[in-house]
Design a protein around this ligand. Structure first.
Ligand code: DQA
Length: 153
């Protein structure tokens, strides 16, 4: 079972970008933790980050061919992107939306998510742990659908 971890704009800057809000871990370190947890859960993970809305739309559109589900931090596009919402609706893969910060404790413009309604759920406010919790939730949902993974020989 393969899962795609998608990251939107400016998340390539994690570590340097407002560490008081987003923490000191860079995206590479967060993805390392995600891969470690994925291994423990017995699933494979690919990742993709882009600062461009269209690149994210294209990646989501291609994802049903390769992936069972998505972990997605759409970053600022969460609050603005009808195109990403439509891409998620069209691809029909289960998606867990994750955010490092609790957007409801922040500016009002961050309180709306256009993407969340196309997702099975949303996890926010736990820093890098949001991704790990999101992965666990997604794998749980996928396993309920498909049954447990076969034991390794
Ligand atoms: C974010 C929250 C968004 O409002 C913001 O634009 C981001 C990061 C988060 O992970 O907390 O870029 O998605």
């Amino acid at each position: 079972m393969k899962i795609l971890v998608l990251n939107g704009p400016n998340l390539n800057l994690l570590g340097e970008r407002q560490p008081e809000i987003y923490g000191r871990d860079g995206l590479g370190e967060i993805l390392r933790q995600v891969r470690e947890r994925a291994k423990a859960l017995g699933v494979e993970v690919d990742d993709f980050q882009s600062n461009e809305e269209g690149a994210l739309v294209t990646k989501i559109g291609e994802s049903p061919r390769q992936y069972a589900g998505l972990i997605f931090n759409p970053a600022a596009y969460t609050h603005t992107s009808v195109a990403l919402r439509d891409a998620l609706d069209a691809c029909r893969l289960p998606c867990v939306e994750v955010h490092l910060s609790n957007v409801h404790r922040r500016e009002a413009f961050r309180h709306t998510s256009l993407t969340a309604a196309a997702c099975v759920g949303q996890i926010m406010g736990f820093g890098a742990r949001s991704y790990l919790l999101g992965l666990e939730a997604l794998v749980g949902i996928l396993r309920e659908k498909t049954g447990p993974a076969p034991a390794k020989a």
